[in-house]
Design a protein around this ligand. Structure first.
Ligand code: SF4
Ligand code: SF4
Length: 79
């Protein structure tokens, strides 16, 4: 499964990662002003959340063996 790690020391609570995720993997904890990832299984590995995190607090660790993009599909389509 994909993994997302947030470094709390770098997270400013800006919400950019939450707004960047178009498949609603990321939810926003209003009280803590931090992102949460209850639906990480639905992550499509687009990387938008990481790109939009300007402080580099958020790191996406894609699982390329997950169902979305299995490694054999990726490698067999490389010419
Ligand atoms: S990589 Fe894309 S789909 Fe996955 S949590 Fe980030 S923005 Fe959402
Ligand atoms: S974009 Fe980065 S700094 Fe902003 S809330 Fe998300 S993890 Fe925190």
């Amino acid at each position: 499964m994909n993994t997302i790690i947030v470094n709390p020391a770098l997270c400013t609570g800006c919400g950019a990662c939450y707004r960047a995720c178009f498949v609603d993997v990321i939810r926003w904890n209003k009280e803590k002003r931090k992102p949460e990832f209850p639906y990480i299984k639905d992550c499509v590995q687009c990387g938008h959340c990481e790109i939009y995190c300007l402080t580099k607090a958020l790191k996406l660790i894609p699982d390329y063996d997950s169902f979305m993009f299995p490694r054999e599909v990726i490698t067999t389509n490389i010419r």
